[in-house]
Ligand binder design. Sequence first.
Ligand code: FES
Ligand code: FES
Length: 153
Amino acid sequence: MNIAFTLNGKPQELTISPNEKLTEALRRLGVYSVKTGCNEGACGSCVVNVNGRAVKSCLMYAAQVDGGCVETVEFIGSLDNPHPIQSALVEEGAVQCGFCMGGLIMSAKAVFDKNPSPTDEELAIHLDGHLCRCTGYEKIQSALRKVSSGAAS
Ligand code: FES
Ligand code: FES
């Protein structure tokens, strides 16, 4: 079957099999930030934003984004022009191997897009389910607190 959707601001068409997961389709399109960790909805490394909502792309069929809008971390910032969430994570030393970061950043972006100043508790609720085996979470929390307070660049 054929699907058409917007991927990172650009129209995209793709021929897929009906049971192809969104993770697989994105990788075929060269979107390498979307990592498959557990492939069963438990780690959060595969999170992308679909129509403004953070979703686990390993649990979603590519067919479900037909006509929709998909954003990945490649879209929101770059080395030269990082998103404030990315800047804060780097400034706070919250990134080590980076495997979890694409998904975590997209979940955080979905939160901040709706509410620029979430509380620690709100952030914790929305980011529950993102596993990071490197950082111990405290630096991630302090980075996101920095964004929430408006102190991130
Ligand atoms: S790979 Fe999707 S939640 Fe772990
Ligand atoms: S930075 Fe390595 S898993 Fe999070």
